[in-house]
Design a protein around this ligand. Structure first.
Ligand code: F6P
Length: 331
């Protein structure tokens, strides 16, 4: 392989730039041509392909977002779109493609792989919902971002003795919410993986005030199905308001709701994410060059391994129940 393409796809995550930088510089050092594909699969279909040099990735390690830009492409999901993508890769004499993104982006890479084009994948999502790897890039930064914001909310919550219901991202996963909730010292953490009883949450709030607490902070993952039965798209960004209404009427304490939204995806990557991105970037490039295509780079303890898409997609991220209990007992 002499020409490797790299793209960022799906929701951006802090550390994506550091990963592209590592792939580019590691590749250049090995005498390869590295090509950046802008706007993910959408950009590939439009042939938005640019050569990347050492200096193109200069000053990027500390930058949030993705300088290659990103998108979610409907067109690529079709057979016709995938054929067009292959055509573009061949036309530009690209020998292998590295995709950085979340699980949807990995499924896209798998489609190309199944059609005979070598791809490799680097997990980049704040959700940390990709199986078989301890972490995806962006997660550490996002936990820190959420923790910092909740610390600020606590100040005003305390001054007014209010309950705050705070919605966090994660799509169908509660991993980000759970870890940020523990770090921020939230009184309760509601996540889609563990069923909760709203009456119990009301009791936690009431008991907190009885014990002299001046605030109650409740983190709610956006994937929590409190409205029962409504689709994720319909209930999105409404769950916290439904829960807030219930708690206010049950406990008589004043409630405010806040949807943190995309602020969670922004900001400079943490040192941990920069290091993870650099290691994963170099390892995924080595992997595809060694013929380990159709695979994702994964962090397992101190090891970085290539794991097949099949294995990743046939696994699930399991929630750490002991962390959940800990968050509630000490929160
Ligand atoms: O997958 C990352 C993520 O931020 C999810 O946590 C969230 O549900 C989704 O992307 C939001 O997507 P969009 O930016 O397209 O609204």
């Amino acid at each position: 392989m002499e020409r490797i393409g790299v793209m960022t796809s799906g929701g951006d995550a802090p550390g994506m730039n550091a990963a592209v930088r590592a792939i580019t510089r590691w590749g250049k050092d090995a005498g390869l041509d590295i090509l950046g594909i802008k706007r993910g699969y959408a950009g590939l279909l439009n042939e938005e392909i640019i050569p990347l040099s050492d200096s193109d990735v200069s000053g990027k390690v500390n930058r949030g977002g993705t300088f290659l830009l990103t998108a979610r492409s409907e067109k690529f999901r079709s057979e016709e779109g995938q054929q067009k993508a292959l055509e573009m890769l061949h036309k530009n004499q690209i020998d292998g493609l590295i995709v950085i993104g979340g699980d949807g982006s990995m499924r896209g890479a798998k489609k190309l792989e199944e059609k005979g084009f070598p791809t490799a994948f680097l997990p980049g999502t704040i959700d940390n919902d990709i199986p078989c790897t301890d972490y995806s890039i962006g997660f550490d930064t996002a936990i820190n971002t959420v923790t910092n914001i909740v610390d600020k909310i606590r100040d005003t919550a305390t001054s007014h003795e209010r309950v705050f219901i705070i919605e966090t991202m994660g799509r169908h996963s509660g991993v980000l919410t759970l870890e940020a909730g523990l770090a921020a010292g939230a009184e309760a953490v509601l996540i889609p993986e563990i069923k909760f009883d709203i009456e119990e949450v009301c009791r936690i709030v009431a008991k907190g005030y009885d014990r002299g607490k001046l605030h109650n902070l409740i983190l709610v993952a956006e994937g929590v199905d409190y409205t029962h039965g409504e689709s994720y798209a319909d209930r999105k960004n409404r769950v916290v308001f439904e829960i807030g209404k219930k708690i206010e009427s049950r406990t008589g304490h004043e409630v405010r709701e806040i949807v943190l939204g995309h602020v969670q995806r922004g900001g400079a990557p943490s040192a941990k994410d920069r290091i993870l991105a650099s290691k994963m970037g170099s390892r995924v490039l080595e992997g595809i060059l060694e013929g380990k295509s159709g695979m994702m780079v994964a962090k397992e303890g101190n090891l970085f391994r290539m794991i097949s898409y099949e294995k990743v997609l046939n696994n699930e991220v399991s929630i750490d129940k002991s962390l959940y209990e800990l968050a509630h007992i000490i929160g």
